[in-house]
Design a binder for this molecule. Structure first.
Ligand SMILES: NC(=O)c1ccc[n+]([C@@H]2O[C@H](COP(=O)([O-])OP(=O)(O)OC[C@H]3O[C@@H](n4cnc5c(N)ncnc54)[C@H](OP(=O)(O)O)[C@@H]3O)[C@@H](O)[C@H]2O)c1
Length: 326
């Protein structure tokens, strides 16, 4: 059965992969974009310029997450079966610099959408992209869907509020509303300020002889890193379930930033120790620890498992950066 989906954050890493996936399966996609001074939207430009797709099965609508009236109007007009809420200030480090903006979009932005859905005659199935950051410094590892939320970053606090509101609206108002509690997922489309993309770009530049050094903060931080196109598949599967529920979406494996450095530099025959320097300016005021997810429920109920291992992911990100340079 083909569906009509509405995606917030369609121009982001996940939004672009999700859109490609839904379109390739024959679904119709409406995306919400913010008005900016340029219409260049790198990650979805190939779809926007395809006459067989844009305004045929892909439609874009202007709205900021603050703009409840317009979002309501878009929902009433497009009547989606599924709504994927991906938009938000997605950078944990930056959330220390702009905690109000982060909370306004990530926490209140989600609540505003839930309030609109509550009043709609035709309520779409709703998916919110939550984050492992809700667990902060958890009492046990790996974390599962019942682990207590103990966020330690402004981003984590905002995601915790949104996650709990989604649960509350599901339980109190009967919305088909789900949380995909996603651990880090990367790709060549990752934002340039994220550490994996930053490393991949630096390795390509060093390999090409354009630079020699990469400056980083803490490199012993450990994360559960997966490959973004696989994560959007899990998101779609969640909305095709009979009942709304929350799922941990993770690989179940933990690696350090140092491991990622080694895999990325190794992929072009370089040693990271010759090129990486510590820079205290990238150290965060407060760091999560021991985040690694237990994806057993997603495996059992969604039939979903992360496939791509970190060495392969690091190598494919570096390869893409080398292609961009050449
Ligand atoms: N990637 C991960 O590892 C990960 C892990 C856990 C959770 N998440 C969450 O998953 C979601 C998608 O992640 P991502 O990696 O795709 O993030 P991303 O690449 O940073 O994309 C964020 C998207 O949100 C849009 N957006 C931000 N503020 C907005 C606003 N006020 N109004 C309308 N749109 C706004 C951005 O639009 P512009 O293009 O105009 O900036 C962009 O389309 C985010 O909520 C993120 O926090 C991501």
């Amino acid at each position: 059965m083909t569906t009509t989906s509405l995606i917030t954050g369609i121009t982001g890493q996940d939004g672009s992969y999700l859109t490609e996936r839904l379109l390739s399966q024959g679904h119709t996609v409406h995306g919400i974009v913010r008005r900016s001074s340029t219409t260049a939207r790198g990650r979805i430009d190939h779809l926007y310029h395809d006459k067989n797709i844009y305004n045929q099965r892909l439609f874009l609508h202007y709205a900021d997450l603050n703009d409840s009236t317009t979002i309501r109007r878009i929902l009433v007009k497009t009547q989606p079966d599924h709504m994927y809420h991906l938009a938000g200030q997605s950078h944990v480090g930056t959330s220390f610099e702009i905690p109000e903006t982060t909370s306004q979009f990530t926490a209140m932005g989600t609540l505003k959408i839930l309030e609109i859905l509550r009043d709609l005659e035709k309520q779409p199935r709703f998916l919110h992209i939550s984050s492992s950051e809700i667990f902060g410094r958890p009492e046990h590892s790996p974390q599962d869907e019942s682990t207590a939320m103990r966020p330690v970053t402004p981003y984590g606090v905002a995601k915790t509020f949104a996650t709990q509101m989604v649960q509350l609206y599901r339980e109190s108002f009967g919305l088909f509303a789900c949380n995909a509690i996603c651990y880090n997922h990367e790709s060549p489309r990752r934002g340039e300020s994220f550490v994996t993309r930053k490393i991949a770009r630096a390795v390509a530049a060093i390999h090409a002889g354009h630079s020699d050094k990469l400056r980083l903060g803490t490199i012993d931080s450990r994360r559960d890193w997966g490959y973004a196109p696989e994560y959007v598949d899990a998101m779609h599967r969640m909305l095709c379930q009979d009942q709304p529920d929350d799922f941990i979406i993770a690989t179940g494996r933990q690696h350090s930033v140092e491991d990622f450095l080694a895999f990325a530099f190794d992929s072009v025959g370089l040693n990271w120790k010759d090129h990486v320097e510590h820079d205290a300016k990238y150290v965060r005021p407060s760091e999560v620890s021991n985040l690694v997810g237990n994806p057993a429920k997603a495996e059992q109920q969604l039939g979903w498992t992360a496939q791509t291992q970190l060495p392969e992911l690091a190598a494919l990100m570096v390869k893409r950066e080398i292609e961009r340079i050449t």
